[in-house]
Write a protein that binds this ligand. Structure first.
Ligand SMILES: Cc1cc2nc3c(=O)[nH]c(=O)nc-3n(C[C@H](O)[C@H](O)[C@H](O)COP(=O)(O)OP(=O)(O)OC[C@H]3O[C@@H](n4cnc5c(N)ncnc54)[C@H](O)[C@@H]3O)c2cc1C
Length: 435
């Protein structure tokens, strides 16, 4: 059944140079970077918080590396102040996220740069002139409004606006569209850190009195959960668990996200019971916090002017038209049908230690003008995405997109017309270049 909405006049909320949609690691970085270039910049976020999965998603830590770039600024500004971790040195602890501090620092950085912020607002439709995006329809407590811009950057993770603008995409794996599972992250207190062990990857395990902890998790925690990932937290006697797991769901479908969230909540008591009964150090543990947003790992992959692939990463390619240099991570593909690592994934066993670069064309939709992509929704294959989806990489993609969008607005050109050498000159001034 369908319903035809009545035509109506919308107030124009703003007309800006650069409009950033979504304030995760990519969106925050894009807006700070565009505003620092002098562009009149507005960032719109559906929730109350800047940070996306890093904050609302209660993420444990920044993984992967870009050896510099804007994410390092955030790490420096949110340095841990809750005391030393008995098992990690201060340098290792740098990448563990203090969510509340990060939310505040992110706002400070946006304000210092001069970016305007609009929270509790969803970007829900597009204003097009043929294949050129001219603006976006937003919806919030004030109702429906229009925002016009010279260049928009889609940092919604799912690419909601790029999809509505007609940019071509596919979802998940190339062969069948299956997407990585979703997880509701949680923080657990009352843990005796001296008597437990962290479990950083699916390939890590250790023996508890009854046997191998990963095998026991598979036995006692009902499918599709059933693996152990336990990370440090900046808070004393506290850990972050990446252990709820829902497969076969699509993050661009509201029913699926709802179903996944409810399923994760039901898994939480089962996971806590397993830890209390079988794992030394967790006897008195309790949940202190769950994420405000369920973590969606993978949805749309857009078709860009260029596409980054599995082979580019394995070959550690340095492209002449790089926009994001020094990118290093593994193939973090979670099992598409159950717990643990997918057969195509490799975490600790990933061999390529050299960094690769992401070409600028991966940020430019193949046919849509007035729009850049940043974050996990750029143009890449399913396997490449499992690597560049890590937050430091998404933040530095955002940085490149922000600088590029500001340059496009200044020169009154389309992202596809931007001289990549000129973009690289600006990025080099920010300390971003292949090392
Ligand atoms: C469970 C899980 C565990 C992970 N573990 C790690 C890890 O340990 N380390 C690591 O580095 N990375 C990890 N990742 C990957 C990483 O967190 C994400 O890939 C990364 O955050 C993507 O950044 P982004 O800015 O593209 O999108 P997001 O972080 O998803 O941010 C998107 C933002 O856009 C907003 N938004 C969405 N739609 C709209 C709309 N229509 N209008 C307005 N706003 C909108 C959202 O509210 C959100 O704030 C993990 C991901 C998940 C899901």
């Amino acid at each position: 059944m369908t319903y035809t909405e009545k035509e109506r006049q919308l107030p124009v909320y703003a007309d800006v140079d650069v409009l950033v949609l979504g304030a995760g690691p990519a969106g925050w970085a894009a807006a700070v970077s565009a505003a620092r270039q002098g562009a009149d910049t507005l960032i719109i976020e559906a929730t109350s918080d800047i940070g996306g999965v890093a904050t609302s998603g209660l993420m444990s830590h920044w993984t992967g590396n870009t050896f510099g770039g804007i994410y390092e600024e955030m790490v420096d500004r949110t340095v841990n102040k809750y005391g030393a971790n008995p098992k990690l040195d201060d340098n290792e602890m740098r990448k563990y996220i203090d969510h509340e501090t990060m939310k505040t620092r992110a706002i400070e950085m946006l304000e210092e740069a001069g970016a305007k912020i609009l929270l509790y607002t969803s970007a829900c439709d597009v204003i097009m002139d043929g294949d050129k995006l001219k603006g976006v329809i937003i919806e919030n407590k004030s109702g429906r409004q229009a925002v016009f811009c010279k260049t928009a950057i889609d940092c919604t993770g799912d690419g909601d606006i790029a999809a509505r603008a007609g940019a071509e995409y596919f979802k998940g794996r190339e062969e069948d569209g299956a997407m990585q599972p979703m997880t509701l992250m949680m923080q657990v207190g009352g843990v005796d850190i001296d008597r437990m062990e962290y479990v950083y990857s699916f390939e890590d395990t250790y023996n508890v009195p009854e046997g191998d902890i990963q095998q026991l998790a598979g036995k006692y925690i009902p499918h599709p959960a059933g693996h152990v990932l336990v990370y440090p937290s900046v808070f004393p006697n506290t850990v972050t668990l990446n252990m709820t797991n829902v497969t076969g769901v699509d993050g661009t479908n509201a029913d699926d996200i709802t179903k996944a969230y409810i399923k994760c909540r039901k898994q939480i008591p089962q996971i806590i019971a397993f830890l209390k009964e079988h794992v030394p150090g967790f006897e008195n543990c309790y949940v202190t916090k769950t994420a405000a947003q369920i973590g969606v790992r993978e949805t749309r992959h857009f078709k860009g002017v260029k596409t980054i692939t599995h082979d580019d990463i394995l070959a550690a390619r340095v492209f002449d038209d790089w926009a994001v240099p020094n990118v290093q991570f593994n193939f973090d593909v979670h099992n598409i049908t159950g717990a643990g690592l997918d057969k195509t994934g490799s975490q600790r066993t990933f061999k390529q230690k050299k960094a690769y670069t992401i070409p600028y064309g991966c940020l430019v939709p193949e046919k849509t003008d007035g729009l850049l992509l940043a974050g996990r929704n750029i143009s890449g294959t399913h396997m490449a995405h499992s690597n560049f989806r890590a937050m430091p990489i998404c933040a530095n993609i955002g940085q490149a997109a922000g600088v590029a969008a500001a340059m496009c607005a200044k020169e009154n050109i389309q992202p596809r017309e931007l001289d990549v050498t000129a973009l690289q000159t600006e990025l080099k001034k920010l300390g971003v270049y292949p090392r």
